[in-house]
Design a protein around this ligand. Structure first.
Ligand code: ASP
Ligand code: MG
Length: 404
C-alpha cells in the first residue's frame, strides 16, 4: 500500500513526540508499505516565526514572510528523517522545491496547481520513507509560497491524489471528528464516518479538525481521508463520499463565535439595492453569511447579515463610504456578541423536522434565535454568544441522547 501520513505541529513538538511518530512510521514501513509523510512545523513554530517577522518589520512583505515561514516545515522534515535514520529506517526529507509542488503566485494564500511526482516515486522505489514539507509550494518566479494557515492538510491530500495513494491519514491531537467540540459538550462522541459535504460544513462552522480546502480537494479527487490520533492507536474517523453505516439524521453540532451581525436599516425598497450592498462588500473580499431581508414598508427595507468578526471593520468602513452615494440608508447597526450554532447532517435531506427539533431544544433552555439560515444539510441559528455552551449542549442532547 502507498500511504500518505500527515502529522500536525503538536505531533512533532519535541524530541519525544518526533520519535513517537517515527516509531509509528517505522511499524508501517516494516510491513512493506510505501510511505510519504507530510509534516507541519514543530509546535507553535509558525506563530513564533510570525512574531519574529512582526518584531523586525510590522509591514514585512508577504514574500519575505513566506520565505521565513517555510523554514518551520523544513526544520521538522529534516529532523524526522534524522529520527527515522536513527531507527535504521531509510528516509529522505524533501521541501516543496525539491519535490516541485507548483502553486499560484499569491504569497501567504497560494493554491497548489500541480505536483511533480517523479522525485518522490524514485525515492519510494529505492525503499525510502519520503518526508515532505507541508504548507508550502513554489510559484512561477521560483519563490516559496505558503498555502494559508493549516495548509499542511491540503498538501497531504494533494500528494495522495497525485501519487494515487491508497489512503491519506491525517494525524492530530484529537481522536477523530466528533459530534460536537468535546471541550464544550461533554457527551460528544467520535464519529466512525462522515461525508465530505458534512465535513465541509463542520469545518467552515468552526470545527477546526481539517483545513477546508483539503476536504474540498479530497472530494474532488476522491481521496479517502482518515482523521486519527497521533497519541494512541484508536480508529479515528473516515471522511468519504457516502457513509453507508447507521444513517444518522444529524452528524454534528458546531459553533462559531467569530461572527458579527450588521444590519443596514432603512434602505430604499427598490431593485438593485441588495446587489449594490453585497457587491461593495464582495469587492473588498468580505464574505457574508446569513442574510435576512425585511418586508418593505413605507418604501424602505432593512437587510441584516453576518460576517466573520475579522472582516467587521472593513465591512462597516466600506458601507459607510457608500452611504451618501449609491447606498442610501438611515442607520448601520452592528452587534459583535453573537455566535452561530449549527446542526449538520446529510440525513436531513430526506427527513423533515430537523429545524423544528433544533428550535425546540433552544426554546427548552430559553435561548432566543436572532437569525436563521439553512442549506440542504445544515441549519444554522444566530444567538447571543454568552449562550453558546448552553445551546450546544441542549441541541446535542436533543439529537444524540437516544444514541448514547
Ligand atoms: N504550520 C502551518 C500553520 O501553523 C501549517 C499547518 O500547520 O498546517 O498554519
Ligand atoms: Mg491543522
Amino acid at each position: 500500500m502507498l500511504i500518505v501520513k500527515k502529522f500536525g505541529g503538536t505531533s512533532v513538538a519535541d524530541k519525544e513526540r518526533i520519535f513517537n511518530v517515527a516509531r509509528r512510521i517505522a511499524e508501517d514501513y516494516k510491513k512493506g508499505n510505501e510511505i510519504v509523510v507530510v509534516l507541519s512545523a514543530m509546535g507553535k513554530q509558525t506563530d513564533v516565526l510570525l512574531e519574529m517577522a512582526r518584531n523586525i518589520n510590522p509591514k514585512a512583505s508577504k514574500r519575505e514572510i513566506d520565505m521565513l515561514l517555510t523554514t518551520g516545515e523544513q526544520t521538522s522534515v529534516a529532523l524526522m528523517a534524522m529520527a527515522l535514520n536513527a531507527l535504521d529506517i531509510p528516509a529522505v526529507s524533501l521541501n516543496a522545491f525539491q519535490v516541485a509542488m507548483h502553486t499560484t503566485s499569491a504569497y501567504g494564500n497560494s493554491r497548489l496547481k500541480r505536483i511533480d511526482t517523479e522525485r518522490i516515486s524514485v525515492e519510494l522505489e529505492n525503499k525510502r520513507v519520503v518526508v515532505v514539507t507541508g504548507f508550502q509550494g513554489v510559484n512561477k518566479m521560483d519563490d516559496y509560497t505558503t498555502l494559508g494557515r493549516g495548509g499542511s492538510d491540503t498538501t497531504a491530500v494533494a500528494l495522495a491524489a497525485a501519487l494515487h495513494a491508497d489512503t491519506c491519514e491525517i494525524y492530530t491531537d484529537v481522536e477523530g471528528v466528533y459530534t460536537a467540540d468535546p471541550r464544550l459538550v461533554s457527551d460528544a462522541r467520535k464519529l466512525k464516518e462522515i461525508t465530505y459535504d458534512e465535513m465541509l460544513e463542520m469545518a467552515s462552522l468552526g470545527a477546526g479538525v481539517l483545513h477546508n480546502r483539503s476536504v474540498e480537494m479530497a472530494k474532488k479527487y476522491g481521496v479517502q481521508l482518515v482523521v486519527r490520533s497521533s497519541l494512541n492507536n484508536s480508529e479515528g474517523t473516515l471522511v468519504k463520499e457516502e457513509v453507508k453505516m447507521e444513517k444518522m439524521l444529524v452528524s454534528g453540532v458546531a459553533s462559531d463565535r467569530n461572527t458579527a451581525r450588521i444590519s443596514v436599516i432603512g434602505l430604499e425598497d427598490q431593485p438593485g439595492v441588495a446587489f449594490k450592498l453585497f457587491n461593495h462588500l464582495a469587492r473588498h473580499d468580505v464574505n457574508v453569511d446569513i442574510i435576512l431581508q425585511s418586508v418593505g414598508r413605507d418604501g424602505t427595507k432593512d437587510i441584516s447579515f453576518t460576517v466573520n468578526e475579522d472582516d467587521l471593520e472593513e465591512a462597516v468602513a466600506t458601507l459607510e463610504r457608500h452611504r451618501q452615494g449609491s447606498l442610501k440608508c438611515q442607520k448601520i447597526d452592528v452587534e459583535k456578541e453573537v455566535a452561530k450554532v449549527s446542526v449538520v447532517g446529510a440525513g436531513m435531506m430526506s427527513h423533515a423536522g430537523v429545524a423544528a427539533k433544533m428550535f425546540e431544544a433552544l426554546y427548552d433552555v430559553g435561548v432566543n434565535i436572532k437569525m436563521i439560515s439553512t442549506s440542504e444539510i445544515r441549519v444554522t441559528v444566530l444567538i447571543d454568544d454568552i449562550h453558546v455552551e448552553k445551546a450546544m449542549n441542549a441541541v446535542h442532547e436533543k439529537f444524540f441522547a437516544s444514541q448514547l
